[in-house]
Design a protein. Sequence first.
Length: 396
Amino acid sequence: MIEFAWGTATDVGQVRQNNQDQMLTAPPVFVVADGMGGHNGGEVASAIAVDEMAKAQGVASVDDLIDAVQMANREIVDRSKIEPELRGMGTTLVALVGMMVGDRQRIGVANVGDSRLYRATDEELVQLTEDHTLVETLVRDGRLTAEEALTHPQRNIVTRALGIDEKVLVDTWELAPVPGDRFVLCSDGLFDELREPEILEILQREEDPSDAALELVRGAVQAGGRDNVTALVVDVTAADSVDDEIPDDRIVSIHKAVPDSVLRLDPPPETGPNDPHPDEILVDRTIEKPPFVTWRLGLFVAAVLLVLGVLLSSVVAYARSAYFVGIDGEEVVIYRGRPDGVLWFDPTVEEQVVLTVSELDPEDLPDVIEGVEFDELDDARDYAAALTERSLIDDP
Ligand code: MG
């Protein structure tokens, strides 16, 4: 297997009252998850995410890795169904996993949300993952510059998170492991405070991964610490590189899920040490399902009920709006309704006609057995009177 050395650090920061970031170091699985949602939901969501990812030890492909993330997502969704106070909780997730793909050692990377994975080289800090945020979308569309995105007031609106839908869109990468490579998994509290050159400088200066992680987090907290800060530095210390040519960017393959929906997240309040509403600070980023899902469903159900109601009353009206002359046992009677009934509305006897079947004119008999229909009761009465006229009763 690939061998790793790693170091971690996390801090609640200077403003928030609890730390909703979680990390996992269960080699070959490394994860950072940044929870969101009030009432401790964020902590619960990120804790479930790392617990579930700890089980992803035997990952043998990026598809396995995606499955592991889907399992974690499902666990969070299920939990928030059971505990209503946790409803709306979610978490980001960035994972780095050593895996054997066939007989090749690989590093799998998975990302959902706006935590990041960087690779530090001698020259630069390369952001491998792509943020699933509103501002990132705007940057990609050319509506915002990368520089503007750094300070955009809505930069914390994420477009993907675990715990929201039954399925989550996961981006993955397959990398060739190279001894000496250094990766950083981190929550947004790090790169919101430290610019990339500062992050790179610390990673190059601090050889020990634990020292590097501590320095990164310390730097971000000192720079403002407006959010929880988490850094997990992972070094590749040994790997069998069987590839003849290792790509400069280490990337063997990329799998990017195509987004089909955008989740609207409330931006965090403008926070500072003197924020007058400290309670609001607990709400890191509240995920809300678009409300139209709820009212659209309600509207649909109401429309269906309305249509059913209208249909039912039409059926009743149709079933009950006619009369016919027919037979009831031996008697000729006037029924209200339709001869064969309509659905479960059977005709009912409206009036007796003083006439028996045996007294009917034989020529009238087939019609009466079948039932002779009229729209109005009076017409049915007239017909019954005519039957009586023609009947054998009047025969001398
Ligand atoms: Mg955060």
